[in-house]
Design a protein around this ligand. Sequence first.
Ligand code: SF4
Length: 189
Amino acid sequence: MRVELTLPLPTSINKLYINQFGWNPKTKTRMPTGKRIMSKDGVKVKNEIQNEAIKQLAAQDWDYEWTKTNYIYQDCYIYMNRLGRDDNNLFKLLNDSLEKIIYDNDSRVLTRTQRILIDSENPRIHLIISQTPHRGIFESEIHMNEFENKCRSCKRYKRNCSVLKKAKEGRIQEEIDGDFACSKYSEIN
Ligand code: SF4
């Protein structure tokens, strides 16, 4: 399952935040508050990205719930407005904008730049967002199910085995070796 989105080019992180100023009644001047806030351009582009994403998503199938517990690939084809821009500076606003629309949390997003081109007339970013095949430490859902099937004959399985739970969460543990053999396995008599 995957979605494709063509979105406005995100504001660079270098222009995304500005110092907040507030009125100081003692000095009767505007003083920095010490806080950083999103720039006007950042807010505007974020709204544009979100509106476009909602509109384009409505015409496609996507499993938002799935993103709550799994990782997704975000393949990026970037059309910069000029040569020499760094793609890494775009992802903060892009991923923040798509959070709660395409995915539940951007910590689940594996962003991959596939191409950078220049289109000064129509700068944009094209995304292909897809489900990763991996499940926790396992290569695929089939691989995970095969492992769990062996667990069914283990004494710990019916006691909600914490080793299995952690493996499904992607935690590396010494109990499970590189060949996916579990040292804690104890067969039910
Ligand atoms: S101890 Fe190992 S083999 Fe047994 S249920 Fe847990 S993960 Fe599976």
